[in-house]
Design a protein around this ligand. Structure first.
Ligand code: KMH
Ligand code: ZN
Length: 266
């Protein structure tokens, strides 16, 4: 179970429960881990609450998460950053000593903007992750992103077994439907693992589908701020708790960080 704690586009105007400072993010991670999250997907903010890719800020947040959380979760930093961030700045979080990092394997219309991930940049990030021994999670918003990643796996630029994240329901990306999730899961290489994240109202329907299909689940405020229609989640932990209850209904137990480390060969 993964918790996407903060994101880059979300603001306090949309939910007062968004963690912004390093202490708030670490505390949100602690509660999410206590509730059953094994991996946290991390973006950070500057003192004004704006998204930043500053390596020192990431280090500060990662240190606090490791100090506060018991057990210590797998920490995945974002190399997606915020819309329009430079490629150079998006690689900075890799310097902060994470276990994993997101690797967005293709460009996409993202809301009303364009999220740029040209193949040379994807390869540059994959190589840098290889040098720094950071395990990539391939972020997929469209079928073509799987095809690109499969090419990089074949070239040996992404280590195996590969891990994919299917983010469905982004405006401009693949819709959050059962057919699309099954199609994506059918196109990844043998032995690869996958997680699904539904955006907005699709968060729990996609989580349920992933559980039914044998995949893993990502929830969190980055993707969705509502626990149910009209009810804001009072933190990432409430979303994790709801996903864990769902998992138990499918006879599945959330992996501990240690179990998840073994599954992901970290
Ligand atoms: N902020 C989005 C444009 C990632 O973390 O790798 C991209 C994003 C993906 O959040
Ligand atoms: Zn993200």
């Amino acid at each position: 179970m993964m918790a996407a704690l903060v994101g880059a586009e979300l603001t306090r105007e949309r939910t007062p429960y968004l963690p912004l400072t390093p202490h708030e993010i670490a505390e949100s991670a602690r509660l999410a881990v206590q509730s059953g999250a094994a991996i946290v997907h991390v973006h950070v903010r500057d003192d004004a609450g704006r998204p930043t890719n500053d390596a020192d800020r990431f280090r500060e947040v990662l240190d606090l998460i490791r100090q506060r959380c018991l057990p210590i979760p797998i920490i995945q930093v974002s190399t997606g950053g915020a819309m329009g961030d430079s490629f150079e700045s998006r690689s900075q979080p890799l310097e902060a000593g994470p276990d994993m990092a997101s690797l967005n394997s293709g460009s996409i219309n993202f809301g009303d903007g364009v999220f740029e991930n040209p193949i040379p940049f994807v390869e540059f990030l994959a190589q840098r992750m290889g040098r720094l021994k950071v395990i990539p999670e391939i972020e997929v918003y469209d079928l073509s992103h799987v095809e690109t990643a499969n090419g990089l796996i074949e070239k040996g630029e992404i280590p195996t077994p590969a891990h994919f994240q299917f983010v469905l329901g982004v405006k401009g990306g693949l819709a959050a439907t059962e057919e699309n999730l099954k199609l994506l899961a059918s196109r990844i290489p043998e032995g690869a693992s996958w997680t699904a994240a539904g955006v907005g109202r699709h968060q729990f329907p996609m989580a349920e589908l992933a559980l039914a299909l044998g995949g893993n689940v990502r929830v969190g405020l980055e993707d969705n701020i509502y626990l149910e229609k009209g009810v804001l989640a009072k933190g990432n932990h409430e979303l994790v708790q709801k996903a864990v209850e769902l998992a138990r209904r499918y006879g599945r137990q959330p992996a501990t960080p240690e179990e998840a480390r073994a599954l992901l060969r970290l």
